[in-house]
Design a binder for this molecule. Structure first.
Ligand code: PMP
Length: 446
């Protein structure tokens, strides 16, 4: 892990500050997308020479491409500890597409219930809302899941609950959910479980088989761009049987055994679910990133990221006027990923994020992180506040929505980068009045 930085593509890129100076760039927005690993870039470059359409070609290049594509599936299945006999690994564009595909393929109707949580990214909430009745698991005061509420809802809606769709790790607070006890609980009430592992996969081992029989994970999705491979590839995994019958969401080339003028015979999953010419390059990139992570060892990544998170929270909590929305209890840090959301009183989240970029060359994210209901809860907004904000947004009256600033670590970030961040943040807080005036002046100048 100490040597990992030299394998991060773009680590030497500079930022241009407000004063025109070039500065080293600190990237603390890994929860959005992680940088690509050098072995991934090299593998992709090497493969581009062998690039050829898969499955249907008989030429040498096509055979190589097909083998690489199918090997990648095995590497991904192995990484998730998936029973490949019973399950299928379907390549998709990203986690959002995976959830949409699953919600379509489960054949839900408006009487069916999906339980999601108030912690979800919109991508694991809105697809369910559009297909069936969706109820939300409540949160405890600290923003973590109220498991008792889940059990109550499973009990009261009884066998109408078809699925519990839950994030493995929050992209706002970094909280890691106990997906295996949630799985066991859901199975006890006859519901299946889907885990949105977009945020979990780069930070923890995943074990779809579970540990004791009934705590296995039925369905799961990941995105390559959050685990050190490029944009454009994701994976949905789940039982073959679910995808065996019925029509795929997208039909067309690659999905069939035979088509006549009046009949269509679909092939088996995963091909059935991967219409059109597949993204072989993306599959190979994802499998290569996974191989690198395996080589480094998830245990080392976890240890390093916990160290960063502990140190960061220690330093951050000393900043005057800070409000931290993630856990600050040291004992609980091992149960979270290095994703920390905060605000500084009297500084808007958008101004603070832009000051970090323009004064310090630091990339963070601000806003609601595609998790509006969760951020509303963390900010303690009342239903009346939320409705006023929504009205103002719709009518274009609101310049800056309520939100947070988010720092999120990757396996390659360092204590030294945190020290620089804290110094820049202190400088901003101490000089906020003069900075506000200077930026207002610059804004007036366009
Ligand atoms: N779920 C979570 C928890 C996420 O953090 C994200 C990405 N921010 C997504 C789902 C959606 O991922 P993608 O944009 O790759 O579809």
């Amino acid at each position: 892990i100490d040597n990992i930085r030299k394998y991060i593509v773009g680590i030497d890129k500079k930022a241009v500050l407000r004063n025109g100076q070039k500065s080293r760039y600190i990237f603390f927005d890994n929860a959005a997308s992680t940088p690509v690993l050098l072995p991934v870039l090299e593998k992709v470059n090497e493969f581009l020479g062998w690039y050829s359409s898969i499955h249907r070609g008989t030429g040498y290049k096509s055979i190589i491409s097909t083998a690489a594509y199918e090997d990648s599936r095995k590497i991904i299945g192995d990484f998730l500890n998936l029973d490949m006999e019973k399950n299928t690994v379907i390549y998709v564009k990203n986690t959002t597409e995976a959830v949409n595909k699953l919600s379509y393929r489960l054949g839900l109707n408006k009487e069916d219930i999906a339980i999601v949580s108030l912690m979800e990214h919109h991508s694991n909430d809105l697809p369910w809302r559009s297909k069936c009745k969706t109820v939300h698991i409540n949160l405890l005061k600290d923003g973590s899941l109220d498991i008792k509420d889940l059990e109550n809802k499973l009990q009261s809606y009884n066998n109408k609950v078809k699925l519990v769709a839950i994030t493995g790790c929050s992209n706002v607070t970094g909280y890691i959910n106990d997906i295996h006890s949630i799985a066991a609980l859901s199975h006890r009430y006859g519901a299946r479980i889907f885990v949105d592992a977009a945020q979990l996969a780069p930070h923890r081992n995943i074990n779809m088989k579970g540990y004791n029989g009934d705590d296995y994970i039925d369905f799961l999705a990941i995105s390559a761009h959050k685990i050190y491979a490029p944009f454009g590839t994701g994976v949905l995994v789940g039982p073959k049987a679910v995808f065996q019958n019925g029509e795929p969401e997208y039909t067309g080339g690659g999905t069939v055994i035979s088509v006549s003028e009046h009949n269509v015979f679909y092939t088996a999953p995963p091909e059935k679910e991967e219409s059109g010419t597949p993204n072989v390059v993306g599959a190979i990139a994802l499998a290569t990133a996974i191989n690198v992570i395996k080589e480094i060892g998830m245990d080392k990544i976890i240890e390093h990221e916990i160290k960063l998170t502990e140190y960061f929270l220690d330093k951050l909590s000393l900043i005057p006027q800070i409000e931290i929305y993630s856990n600050t209890n040291k004992a609980l840090i091992p149960h979270m990923a290095g994703v920390i959301s905060f605000n500084v009183k009297h500084i808007s989240h958008s101004f603070l994020a832009s000051l970090l970029a323009h004064e310090g060359g630091i990339g963070v994210r601000n806003g609601c992180f595609c998790a509006h209901p969760y951020v509303h809860r963390l900010l303690n907004l009342s239903p009346r506040d939320i409705s006023r904000i929504q009205q103002d947004l719709i009518f274009g009256k609101l310049k800056d929505i309520p939100g947070l600033v988010r720092v999120s670590f990757g396996m390659y970030n360092t204590i030294e980068e945190i020290n620089i961040f804290i110094d820049v943040l202190k400088y901003i807080v101490e000089n906020i009045d003069s900075l506000s005036k200077e930026y207002k002046y610059l804004e007036s100048k366009g």
